[in-house]
Design a binder for this molecule. Structure first.
Ligand code: HEC
Length: 273
């Protein structure tokens, strides 16, 4: 099967959140066993989902929060409160994704931490604090097996990729550090999974649970807007805040994530065969 067709399949599955049953590129007669075979190490899969997360997080921070603020849209840590008419901050968007994944059937854990957090609950402890010191030095991912939780764990640098990251954290009343600079390692995303290797099907399920989490929290944001009483509601459709008081629908948002991320993921999914 040619690559474009495989890519379309992956895209379709990511959008719909459906697990892949048979795999493109595998001959028909072998596909039943191939889907049972362990196709990827847990490190490879966590790396794939972390990449999707990087793209999603950057897109949300820059194209929605960054540009949206210029249009007068508001983003707040108390965005869920009834009297606050605002959208989720980037970290809370990520927490929303993590919450949605936790409610689903895929045993994937996601957590955003730091050594100097705004929220004390996000402070790394123990082994993760140790490895985070290393990540700050070389920005390379760290992998280990968490004996206490019996979970394979991967940590990836979370960089100050936009001016908004730095200014908001430096100025926050609860901040524990006020000299963050652009490009700093501000924290790390920690990902956990119970098994050391995954079948093709389990791998796609992990990627789908992340994509579904993105859609879930984004839809919650759109619902929040729907309930605005005082603030002007942005028009929700194909356009982005860059063009005016607009927000993309969840489908349009996810479509952009996929355009930016799925090619890399697809290359890895196909390369292992
Ligand atoms: C408008 C304010 C704002 C912006 C913009 C923002 N953050 Fe945060 N960030 C917060 C708040 C508030 C929290 C704590 C949320 C919570 O209650 O867990 C947080 C949490 C975090 C955490 C977890 C550790 C901690 O500090 O509690 C990391 C890491 C982090 N942000 C990095 C970033 C990065 C990187 C960016 C840009 C891509 C960014 N933030 C953009 C306000 C912001």
């Amino acid at each position: 099967m040619e690559l474009t067709k495989i890519k379309k399949q992956i895209i379709a599955f990511n959008v719909l959140g459906i697990a892949l049953v048979s795999c493109g590129g595998v001959p028909e007669e072998k596909s039943a066993t191939a889907t049972e075979e362990k196709a990827f190490s847990v490190e490879e899969v966590l790396e794939m989902v972390a990449k999707e997360n990087d793209v999603t997080r950057t897109l949300y921070t820059k194209a929605i929060v960054g540009k949206g603020k210029k249009q007068g849209m508001k983003f707040d840590e108390d965005w869920r409160k009834d009297d606050v008419e605002a959208g989720p901050l980037p970290a809370l968007f990520l927490r929303g994704v993590a919450t949605s994944i936790r409610k689903g059937p895929v045993p994937l854990g996601l957590y955003l931490g730091s050594d100097f957090p705004v929220n004390a609950a996000n402070k790394f402890e123990g082994k993760q604090a140790e490895l985070f010191d290393q990540i700050k030095k070389d920005q390379k991912p760290q992998f280990f097996y968490d004996e206490d939780q019996k979970l394979h764990t991967a940590m990836f640098a979370d960089l100050a990729s936009a001016g908004a990251c730095v200014s908001c954290h430096n100025d926050h009343p609860q901040t524990t550090k006020s000299d963050w600079k652009l490009g700093d390692v501000m924290g790390a995303t920690t990902w956990q999974y119970p098994k050391d290797s995954l079948t093709y099907k389990e791998t796609v399920a992990v990627l789908n649970s992340y994509a579904k989490g993105t859609v879930d929290i984004y839809m919650e944001y759109l619902d929040e807007i729907e309930a605005f009483k005082e603030s002007e509601k942005p028009e929700i459709g194909n356009k982005w805040p860059e063009e005016g008081n607009y927000l993309p629908t969840a489908e349009v948002f996810l479509d952009s994530v996929r355009k930016l991320a799925s090619y890399e993921t697809m290359k890895q999914l196909v390369a292992s065969k």
